[in-house]
Each structure stands twice: as C-alpha cells, then as structure tokens.
Design a protein around this ligand. Structure first.
Ligand code: SAM
Ligand code: ZN
Length: 310
C-alpha cells in the first residue's frame, strides 16, 4: 500500500522552526517525510535526522528523503531523542519537530488495526512490536481498563465499557477491531450513542495511547528535546488531542518562566531568568483552506518555543 499522509500545518511549522540552511534538525516523527522533505530541501550544509518507530514510515521516509544527502533516517522511538543525538555525535541542534499521533497511512491501512471502521486484527502497534491492543483488552483487569479509558480517552462510560469487555472476553477473547467496537457500542447507553461521533472513538484513542505509550514518550521527550537545542534553537510540537496539548503547554510555560519567587515577595531573590521564549503565544491552528482540504487538521495545534540560554 502506498504511503499517503498529507502534512498538517506545513507552512506554519516551517515558519515556526525558521529553518536555517546550515542548521541541524531532528524530526522525531518522520512518517511519510512530509515535513522532513521540506526541511531537507532548505538545507545546504545543514543536516536532518528523521526518526520514526514504524517500519512502514521508515521505508516511506527513506524513499522520499533519498534525493537529499543532508538527511539521515533513523528507526527509533523519539523518547530516546537524546540518545540518538549522542550516538550521532551531533552538535546542539537548531530545531526539533514532533508531529504527534498516528499518520493517515497507519489509520487507513486496515491491517494495522487502528480503525474501528474496518475489520482487522486488534493491533494498533506503531512500532509493530510489543504489546498489542488485543493484549490490553484481553489481559488488563477491569480497574486497569477503566484507568486507560478514563485517563487516555476521557470516556465517561469507562466502567460500563470495561465491565462489558471483561464479561465478553470470559466467553471468547477479542480478536478483531469490529468485534471490540461492537462491544463498546452496546455498552454505551442508547441516548448517549448519538453524541460525539462513533461510540468507540474515545475508547480506540485510549487504547492506541496505551499500546504506544504515547503520553509517556512525550513527557520523556520534552525536556530532552529542549536540552539538546542550541541557544536560538526551536522546538515545535503539533498535537491532536487535549491531553498532549496540555502537557506541551505546561512544559513550554515552565521553560518560559523566569523568577520562581512567591508572588508576595516584593523583589526577586531567586535570580532565575527564562530559559525559553514562546514563539507562538497561542497555539497555531489550521487555516480555512487547510480545514477544508484535510480533516486531520481539525484538531491540530502547533506550539513552538525558542531556547534563550542553556
Ligand atoms: C502524524 S505522523 C507524522 C507525519 C509526518 N510529519 C509527515 O508529514 O509525513 C506521526 C508519526 O510519528 C510516529 N511516531 C509516533 N510516536 C512515535 C514515537 N514515540 N517515536 C517515534 N515515532 C513515533 C508514527 O509512527 C507516525 O509515523
Ligand atoms: Zn525570583
């Protein structure tokens, strides 16, 4: 299957990163190299490291970046961004990009099991290794399932869905996406099924986040990505759901905060000055044209911070 993914907020991201021809950049989420190829195109003596953990994305990014000798593709998890940077003996970098979540390719490739629309093995592993979504629904306790559905999916019917999953798997373990989607649909009260899209949407998001350790990877990568920036370097992150955006917003606010003295102190005694400057005060969202052309752009939010000092 051909790799199809339309990059979101492309111009906005390039502008936020302010790509310099001699800069060193790391794209932690290469995917189909939509952003990466545009960065690579702007480099002369600079360098681009394009990381992804999905073997399909690695194949697609390698092919797309082949015309650019400035680009190196690395299969890894961006949670290890600092280790990759050290391994390649790179200098402090001019920019890091994280375009989070799944690619359209992953969603559309029915066999990967990310979508509740088409019947497929319940997989959802971006890296194509480790624990699958079937392992989660067939082995987690009801309490653990409630935590996953509530924390990662903000699903208000988490207990009902978790109980339905546990009683169904006692008869027969879950194998397919549609099988699970139907159990979830049936567990949600009829009146609520008509709200907010497909009834399995939030649960599938929650399972995907759990299977891929998405928020854990982001929380580990944030400080490390900021730490490898050169002074003047920029970290740009595109999020697609509120949990991620909140995490990025908080981290950036902390980098951009100087003094930590209690507000009642008349003068600053801590002497701390901000380590970063917000390039985007408010998150950047898609233009009207992009919203019309790309459904994925609807929930996209771009935030960017510039490093002011080490
Ligand atoms: C939204 S897509 C990126 C699309 C890309 N910017 C483009 O325009 O083609 C997200 C990509 O990040 C990868 N990914 C998600 N979490 C990752 C992680 N923790 N480490 C490495 N890659 C990750 C996914 O496999 C997917 O290919
Ligand atoms: Zn202070």
């Amino acid at each position: 299957m051909e790799f199809s993914h339309r990059p979101v907020l492309l111009n906005e991201t390039l502008e936020a990163l302010s790509v310099q021809p001699d800069g060193v950049y790391i794209d932690g989420t290469a995917g189909g190299a939509g952003h990466s190829s545009e960065i690579a195109k702007r480099l002369t003596t600079g360098r681009l490291i394009a990381i992804d953990k999905d073997p399909d994305a690695i194949e697609a990014a390698t092919a797309r970046l082949a015309p650019y000798p400035q680009a190196t593709v690395v299969r890894n998890d961006f949670r290890n961004i600092r280790a990759v940077w050290e391994e390649l003996s790179l200098p402090p970098v001019s920019g890091v990009l994280l375009d989070l979540g799944v690619s359209s390719h992953q969603l559309d490739c029915a066999g990967r099991g990310f979508s509740y629309h088409s019947e497929a093995p319940l997989d959802m592993r971006m890296s194509q290794q480790g624990m699958s979504a079937a392992d989660v629904v067939n082995t987690y306790s009801a309490a653990e399932l409630i935590r996953v559905l509530r924390d990662w999916g903000e699903e208000k019917f988490a207990p009902r869905i978790a109980n339905a999953i546990v009683s169904r798997r006692e008869k027969e373990p879950f194998v397919t996406t549609t099988d699970l989607a139907e159990t979830i649909r049936a567990a949600i009260p009829a009146a609520a099924r008509r709200e907010g899209g497909h009834p399995a949407k939030r649960s599938f998001q929650a399972l995907r986040i759990e299977v891929n350790g998405e928020l854990d990877a982001l929380s580990r990568a944030l400080d490390d990505a900021f730490s490898i920036l050169a002074v003047g370097g920029r970290l740009a992150i595109i999020t697609f759901q509120s949990l991620e955006d909140r995490m990025v917003k908080r981290a950036f606010a902390e980098y951009a905060t100087g003094c930590t003295c209690p507000p009642e102190f008349p003068v600053c005694v801590c002497g701390k000055t901000p380590r970063g400057r917000l390039v985007t005060r408010k998150p950047v969202t898609a233009s009207k044209t992009e919203l019309e052309e790309n459904r994925r752009s609807h929930s996209a939010k771009l935030r960017c911070i510039e490093k002011l000092k080490d």
